[in-house]
Design a protein around this ligand. Structure first.
Ligand code: SAM
Length: 264
């Protein structure tokens, strides 16, 4: 059994499902393989299931926890080895977190904020070595899906522009207390070394992807109509008669270039 904060009731609004199975905790920590010289950042340490093992291997950790009671408890049990930031990870100013250092970010994320959190981390990717997250299996399947795949969609096309992603393994509901209704998966995300893109380009890319997927089963001519005409879509080398599900990251980048040129 794993040591816990006595009397703490899992808070639904914070997406609290605590890992309590040493087998799965060990498997996740082995996948992260923390080393003493690294800056390890955990999002949502909760009752320290991962935190304890990471600190045992690396000697230190920085964690971001929104729950005030858990934050106070975590500070009390790791007074020397844990730097606890009591904050909403979605609103965190990452420039203040170990400025100038490379970060390894990980966590068993609250499922209600996982997509916006993954999107917000894109802005920090230049400083990130890798990310390991446990998420709802369905979300991980979407993240790693290839164009044409059943689960390929907006999240896939946005994240695949910035990260190489691998699903590592599934974790059953019984590994948590309380048990969630769905299976979870652990995913590794490694930022792709590529030319710097401007925030403007990033925003335009997201806009093009969002519009393309806004109407499921419709062709680009219809779904992208508000941003680009059929001729403009063709000028990007894309057939306006196809659906968004078939387009790769580089196809969306071609459309983005035409869209940016049109707006300029
Ligand atoms: N890591 C622990 C484990 O594996 O047992 C807890 C995982 S639990 C699914 C999610 C954790 O994230 C909880 O501790 C919760 O309080 C925290 N959390 C929820 N929303 C958060 C947010 N916006 N920012 C930071 N932490 C958050």
């Amino acid at each position: 059994m794993v040591q816990k904060l006595e009397g703490h009731h899992a808070r639904k609004r914070f997406g609290q499902n605590f890992l309590n199975d040493p087998h799965w905790i060990g498997k996740i920590v082995d996948s992260i393989d923390p080393q003493p010289e690294q800056v390890l950042i955990e999002i949502g340490p909760g009752q320290a299931a991962l935190t304890r093992e990471i600190i045992a291997k690396s000697g230190h950790e920085t964690a971001i926890e929104i729950d005030r009671d858990l934050a106070a408890w975590l500070r009390s049990i790791f007074p020397e080895t844990l730097e606890l930031i009591e904050a909403d990870a979605l609103k965190l100013d990452w420039s203040k977190v170990h400025p100038g250092e490379k970060l390894r970010i990980f966590g068993n994320l609250p499922y209600n904020i996982s997509s916006p959190l993954l999107i917000s981390l894109i802005a920090v990717r230049g400083r990130v070595t890798d990310q390991h997250f446990m998420l709802q299996k369905e979300v991980v399947d979407r993240m790693v899906s290839a164009p044409g795949g059943k689960t390929y969609g907006r999240l896939s096309a946005v994240l695949q522009r910035y990260y190489r992603m691998m699903k590592l393994f599934d974790v059953p509901p019984g590994a948590f207390t309380p048990a969630p209704k769905v299976t979870s998966s652990v995913v590794r995300m490694i930022p792709i070394a590529r030319e710097e893109t401007s925030p403007e380009e990033d925003a335009a890319y997201s806009e093009v992807v969002a519009a393309s997927f806004s109407m499921r089963r419709k062709t680009l001519r219809n779904s992208l109509g508000k941003l680009l005409t059929a001729e403009e879509i063709e000028s990007a080398g894309i057939n306006p008669g196809v659906r968004a599900e078939t387009l790769s990251v580089s196809d969306f980048e071609s459309l983005t270039r035409v869209y940016l040129a049109k707006r300029a």
